[in-house]
Design a protein around this ligand. Structure first.
Ligand SMILES: *Cc1c(COP(=O)(O)O)cnc(C)c1O
Length: 238
């Protein structure tokens, strides 16, 4: 089988598992979107998947993402930014991605909004929540979520700036999806509470990866971020 055939076969298998998880949860299959996480994989893989119908791709590193976008100009692709974002790179992100999943500080939010307003656009964003209270991990602590969300919502100015769409998490790594499930359920609760607190809908929940996306769908994910199941293991960076 060619590389393109391998990728398209794996994509079909992930989609089949998504549909089955939706059925178990009584959800409509179109209520969950698959974001193929293409970090460290070549633009040719992305082109092959786009040719078999995959539209949403996610990247974690700004330089790498921009290079692939330039190589794939003209393809019908929606780019997501899912990695840790430095404030100084905000200017490179605002008009190149359809959704930034990883806003986790007021400083970053303000810089993204300033750049988006300069560019006269509205950037859809998610707030990344650190559910495991892990020191190393990205994401805002639960205790600071309301305050950050209030700031993000205030940065939507006359239709430009930031548009808060929901929450994202990257739970502690476990071997078993059942161990991640309570984190997914908790993110959904946080989203429901925050939506009530702010008085606005927050439709998106970005959660679930290769090892646990079915549990995430059963707990309400609207965006799953799957890399390895589609592309195979990642080559070392660089
Ligand atoms: C790499 C990455 C993924 C994909 O992980 P897999 O286990 O390969 O599916 C998902 N989300 C984020 C934020 C990532 O950095």
């Amino acid at each position: 089988m060619s590389r393109a055939d391998v990728l398209c076969t794996r994509l079909a298998e992930v989609k089949r598992r998504m549909v089955a998880a939706c059925e178990r949860a009584g959800r409509a299959p179109e209520s969950v979107r698959l974001v193929a996480i293409s970090k460290f994989h070549p633009a040719s893989d992305i082109a092959a998947l786009a040719a078999c119908g995959q539209r949403d791709f996610g990247e974690s590193y700004v330089q790498e993402a921009l290079a692939k976008q330039d190589a794939l100009v003209g393809e019908d692709i929606l780019w997501h930014f899912v990695g840790g974002l430095q404030t100084k790179k905000a200017k490179n992100v605002v008009d190149r991605f359809c959704l930034a999943h990883s806003v986790d500080s007021e400083k970053l939010a303000r810089e993204l909004a300033r750049r988006a307003i300069d560019a006269r656009i509205l950037l859809p964003v998610l707030i990344e929540v650190n559910l495991g209270e892990e020191e190393q991990k990205a994401g805002v602590d639960e205790a600071d979520l309301n305050e950050l969300a209030e700031v993000v919502v205030s940065l939507n100015k006359r239709g430009c700036g930031l548009d808060l769409r929901g929450l994202m998490c990257l739970p502690p790594m476990f071997d078993a999806p059942e161990e991640a499930r309570p984190y997914f359920a908790h993110l959904r609760e946080l989203r429901d509470e925050l939506s009530a607190h702010l008085g606005i809908p927050l439709p998106e929940l970005s959660m679930g990866m290769t090892g646990d996306f079915e549990a995430a769908i059963e707990e309400g994910a609207t965006l799953i971020r799957v890399g390895t199941s589609i592309f195979g293991s990642r080559p070392p960076k660089g």
